[in-house]
Write a new protein. Structure first.
Length: 178
């Protein structure tokens, strides 16, 4: 019998002064059995950094043809493809060739840097934005994670301030490409 995902609920307060976005919204997120809490929280941060009402989580880990997060227009045409972690260059090449906005958010500090360094030559040929999230900041949020959460995200210039329950952290966005 297959393991079922664990469901987490988030009440998100977003204040992004860079894009003049201020919103409150609710999200229900599945933590897949093969996924870490750290990766799920990185997905939450990537979602908040790209938030529009049309943005949605996909089946993700259970469907290799889909990104972690995507956005379609009113006609159902894919507009945005967002990956969290260190996807293969071939996967990103396929997404970039489709003409949509592609963004990647690696989050394990040394692991993500090694991934980027190893693939930098190939990645530089693709129209892909790569923004490194602080693995340390994401890990610290795990201490505040409950099944139902209040999650606050504030972006100002290159700084991101996060609060999950009683745990607060901040980090600088590091644009590796794009």
């Amino acid at each position: 019998m297959a393991l079922k995902p664990t469901i987490y609920k988030f009440r998100v307060n977003l204040a992004d002064t860079n894009q003049n976005k201020f919103d409150d919204f609710n999200l229900t997120v599945a933590l897949h059995p093969s996924e870490t809490k750290e990766r799920m929280l990185a997905r939450m941060v990537a979602f908040a950094l790209n938030y529009t009402p049309e943005l949605a989580f996909t089946k993700g880990l259970s469907d290799q043809e889909q990104p972690d997060i995507w956005q379609h227009d009113d006609a159902g045409i894919l507009q945005t493809w967002i990956e969290v972690g260190e996807p293969s260059v071939d996967r990103l090449k396929k997404a970039a060739r489709s003409g949509v906005k592609v963004a990647v958010y690696p989050f394990g500090d040394s692991k993500s840097q090694m991934w980027f360094t190893k693939n930098q030559g190939k990645l530089s040929q693709l129209d892909v934005t790569i923004v490194k999230l602080s693995g340390e900041a994401i890990q610290s949020l795990e201490q505040g994670l409950e099944r139902t959460n209040d999650f606050s995200v504030m972006c100002s210039e290159d700084s991101v301030y996060l609060t999950l329950g009683e745990v607060s952290t901040e980090f600088q966005l590091e644009v590796l490409q794009g």
